[in-house]
Write a protein that binds this ligand. Sequence first.
Ligand code: PAF
Length: 283
Amino acid sequence: MSRSPTIVRTVPALRRAVDSLRARKATIALVPTMGALHDGHASLVRLAKRRANKVIVSIFVNPTQFAPSEDFSSYPRTWKADVAKLAAENVDLIWNPDVKTMYPDGFATRIAPEGPATVGLEDRFRPHFFGGVATVVGKLFMQVRPDFAIFGEKDFQQLRVVTRMAGDLDLAVKVIGSKTVRERDGLAMSSRNVYLTPEQRGVATTLYRAMKQGAARLRAGDGIDAVMAGGAEMITAAGFVLDYFEVRHAETLAPMTAAKDGPVRILVAAKLGTTRLIDNIAV
Ligand code: PAF
């Protein structure tokens, strides 16, 4: 049976709720989201439930990680359906601040991540992004004070950035990555998939196929440059505008010269029409 999560919208109310969980010796796992929840988010919540007694999901579409040209105002907002999904997963609390609560008038402090945030992947195409993510996730960690925080591997560079940030700032949270959930044809689940036309949706699976093919070639001993060129060609031929198809070290995200120096991750970002998709796989 599902039960409705407590919905909290102010910092003092959140503090009281977290204090009361802590007084009862509960462990807390946080799942940060921007809403528009899908089965990928449900899998993050399930992993959170396995790690902690209480699960808090934040729903906040964070304006500071969108450039003015990006989709902040049109980003899908599906509040009622989100609450129903979280109730079905028996989430304990939804933290749903508004923009003024998160960024009050006069807000003047930002976290500026480096290291994995400056390796020339997402940061090359969305220079504002990781500053916005690190600042909001840093705030979420300080507001919720979770023992665990669960992030999808789909945003692999983001996972590396928030892990580094939590360690660098001595935050007492263990960041855990959760495997990407895919549609039957391999397309990674994403809140932005709703933007795809039926025709684009058919083509979108090319990203996964190109990465699988690249991984197989690397395992067979093909060189990294040839694999990156092959992936780029396949994705462009399918009608995408490619941002990157990169073979990187899975821990540092640094470029590599030989797959034997791994662990290796293939990461891709490309646009179909106005929709930008990202994905990655381990080799
Ligand atoms: O991955 C997301 O949904 C967002 O970047 C996050 C981590 C919730 C921060 O706004």
